[in-house]
Design a protein around this ligand. Structure first.
Ligand SMILES: [Zn+2]
Ligand SMILES: [Zn+2]
Length: 160
């Protein structure tokens, strides 16, 4: 997602609109199926150069407990200063070396940073049986999962 900012740098325009899709085909983060991300915002020059954008995307992922496919909406916003001198680089700004700014890495990094570590189809999801793999939301299996804990099974031996 590249934008030419030469007219912004020369002062011909004071802002450039960002409105489009970022395609991320090769990116697969954990169980997230990534598609395209809608991005909207501006690159502007006020007292200094900067950018503001928001993004959103409908993704699919899996419940961490029962593995059911679930829809997940990803959303975020990014504000950064833009610097053109190497010496001014820090964590909070974006360095632009030429007339072209590439927003792809900025957005992808932000998405990765904000991904939830665990997604559930429902707070009440019972998950899968650890023995037979049955989906306990829809069926009851006959497995005895009570004595999975080895400390407990030792206790049981005492009473034989
Ligand atoms: Zn679930
Ligand atoms: Zn089972």
């Amino acid at each position: 997602m590249r934008y030419n900012i030469s007219e912004l740098l020369s002062g011909k325009v004071s802002s450039i609109e960002i409105d489009g899709y970022l395609e991320i085909e090769d990116l697969n983060i954990d169980s997230f199926k990534v598609d395209k991300v809608y991005v909207k915002g501006t690159i502007f020059k006020k007292t200094s150069l900067g950018l503001e954008l928001s993004y959103e995307s409908d993704w699919t992922s899996h419940c961490s407990r029962c593995l059911k496919e679930i829809d997940y909406k990803i959303k975020g916003s990014i504000k950064r200063s833009i610097v053109t001198k190497f010496n001014d680089i820090d964590d909070e700004n974006v360095f632009v070396e030429s007339d072209v700014i590439d927003l792809s890495d900025l957005i992808v990094d932000d998405i990765i940073l904000n991904l939830p570590t665990q997604l559930l189809c429902s707070e009440l999801c019972k998950g899968l049986c650890v023995k037979c793999g049955a989906d306990l939301n829809t069926e009851n299996c006959e497995c005895d999962t009570q004595n999975i804990d080895p400390r407990l099974s030792k206790l049981k031996d005492l009473f034989k």
